[in-house]
Ligand binder design. Structure first.
Ligand SMILES: [Cu+2]
Length: 104
């Protein structure tokens, strides 16, 4: 086969691209009781980092699921898994809502 040499070359490129698609950190800013951006899309293994600019604590709470406490003027984070497509809210301010979509 004339292009048989291409097969290992393509394999190397594929492995390299998977490796370079490494975990990222997606930042959600909390300012004046608003998650911004409210909706984010991540990949499994990515970290979502909440930056709380308010002077009081917030949470990122998933009903029946996990909760991240974000103290005032602090940052908190969570590594997302494949099952983390969720709607979340702040336990202290239920009007604060966010959405995380985990892309395959
Ligand atoms: Cu809050």
């Amino acid at each position: 086969m004339r292009f048989a040499w291409l097969v290992p070359a393509v394999a190397v490129v594929l492995v390299a691209s998977v490796a370079s698609a490494s975990a990222e950190t997606i930042t959600v800013t909390i300012d004046k009781l608003v998650f911004s951006p409210a909706a984010i899309s991540v990949k499994a293994g990515d970290t979502v980092e909440w930056v709380n600019k308010d002077a009081f604590a917030h949470t990122a709470t998933v009903k029946g699921g996990w909760e991240v406490m974000i103290p005032p003027k602090k940052t908190a984070s969570r590594v997302m898994t494949a099952t983390d497509t969720v709607d979340y809210f702040c336990r202290f301010h239920p009007n604060m809502k966010g959405k995380i979509t985990v892309a395959p």
